[in-house]
Design a protein around this ligand. Structure first.
Ligand code: NAD
Ligand code: ZN
Ligand code: ZN
Length: 346
């Protein structure tokens, strides 16, 4: 079968032919219908060889939906042809966090060498993929595969971050979304569907801000040195109750700190690597800063349910598997608006 692989540290990913995978005991083989292109893959492909954490070659793709093509020995509860979404942050399934459905925070994944598809295990950018356990699959139940696939990360990750801050996002509150790309443009829609908050979006080009407004941002502000002042003015000087930074670089975490009000939540979701110092007098009183990772199994079900209700619609641009390297180039250049989706069997 064809697969998009990251083969050599520092080189572009390549479309190659690899052996067709077969499901072992307990595993599920999916025929992949759609695979989402996440900016985290670009970060992965920029890491140096010395401490690169995954085995190479690596089949990319940690957002995947497909149809069940074959069941490994002992798998029950699924049938060939079922349309499913893959819950990506695989855990051990039995530790205290996994027992709560928080496999994204599995206590034993590192020790047991369990790695998500596309982030260590073979991913969704291939004609077929292996899913280690049927519990990692959620039925699509009528959702369109292209529209649904970004929900497994670009939907689930902001959903998890927003859910934690719901008690603060009451009527009259303000939520700030920094970076309105794949994750950010879904975050705006989730905030509008889940809260009465005023949503203020920041990005670096007018093109991105247009999408932010189109998907529901009340205000869209260019992310420059004046941005924090403009956002504070929009809140009559008191600042926002929640800030979601989908970039995580020095200028954006500084903006996040500058727009946070007292008792605000600041979630640094982007993996730009910048730090936000926390200490008395450094931030408004009782600001809480977190760096969340992906979301829980139950939250993926909730995000898919929200999408079925029509509350979320992901802006997508599709590419063939042969054109997948181009999708990454375009994402790197900042010219994807919304989420790029690969069709490995299209
Ligand atoms: P994306 O490229 O689709 O979106 C990023 C957006 O940020 C773009 O629209 C870009 O124009 C904008 N941007 C860049 N610099 C900016 C600045 N200075 N101010 C405001 N906006 C700026 O990327 P994505 O796939 O949505 O991922 C967003 C980030 O989240 C990445 O860092 C990714 O690695 C990370 N991520 C984290 C998790 C997690 O679990 N923590 C999960 C998925 C992705
Ligand atoms: Zn991702
Ligand atoms: Zn676990």
């Amino acid at each position: 079968m064809k697969a998009l692989q990251y083969r050599t540290v520092g080189a572009a990913p390549e479309v190659v032919t690899v052996p067709d995978p077969e499901p072992g005991p307990g595993q599920v083989l999916l025929k992949v219908t759609a695979a989402g292109v996440c900016h985290s893959d670009i970060a992965v492909m920029s890491w140096p060889a010395e401490n690169f954490p995954y085995p190479l070659p690596l089949t990319l793709g940690h957002e995947g939906v497909g149809t069940v093509a074959a069941l490994g020995a002992g798998v029950t509860g699924l049938s060939e042809g079922d349309a499913v979404a893959v819950y990506g942050p695989w855990g051990c399934g039995t530790c205290a966090k996994c027992a709560e459905g928080k496999e994204n925070y599995c206590l034993r994944a590192a020790e047991l060498g369990i790695m998500p598809p596309g982030l260590g295990s073979p991913g969704s950018m291939a004609e077929y993929m292996i899913v280690d356990d049927p519990r990692h699959l959620v039925p699509l139940e009528g959702l369109d595969p292209v529209a649904a696939v970004p929900l497994t990360d670009a939907g689930l990750t902001p959903y998890h971050a927003i859910k934690r801050s719901l008690p603060k996002l009451v009527a009259g509150s303000t939520a700030v979304v920094i970076g309105t790309g794949g994750l950010g443009h879904v975050a705006i829609q989730l905030l509008r569907a889940m809260t009465p908050a005023r949503v203020v979006a920041l990005d670096v080009t007018e093109h991105k801000l247009e999408l932010a407004r189109a998907v529901g941002a009340h205000d869209a502000v260019l992310s420059d040195a004046q941005a924090a002042g403009k956002v504070r003015d929009l809140t009559s000087g008191t600042g926002a109750q929640a800030v979601f930074d989908f970039v995580g670089v020095e200028p954006t975490v500084r903006t996040a700190a500058a727009v946070a009000g007292v008792e605000a939540d600041v979630a640094i979701v982007g993996i730009g690597g910048a730090a936000l110092p926390v200490g008395f007098g450094l931030l408004p009183f009782e600001v809480s800063v977190t760096a969340p990772y992906w979301g829980t199994r139950a939250e993926l079900m909730e995000v898919l349910a929200l999408a079925r209700s029509g509350a979320v619609s992901v802006h997508t641009e599709t590419f063939s598997l042969d054109d997948a390297p181009l999708a990454y180039e375009r994402l790197h250049a900042g010219t994807i608006n919304g989420r790029a989706v690969i069709l490995p069997n299209g």
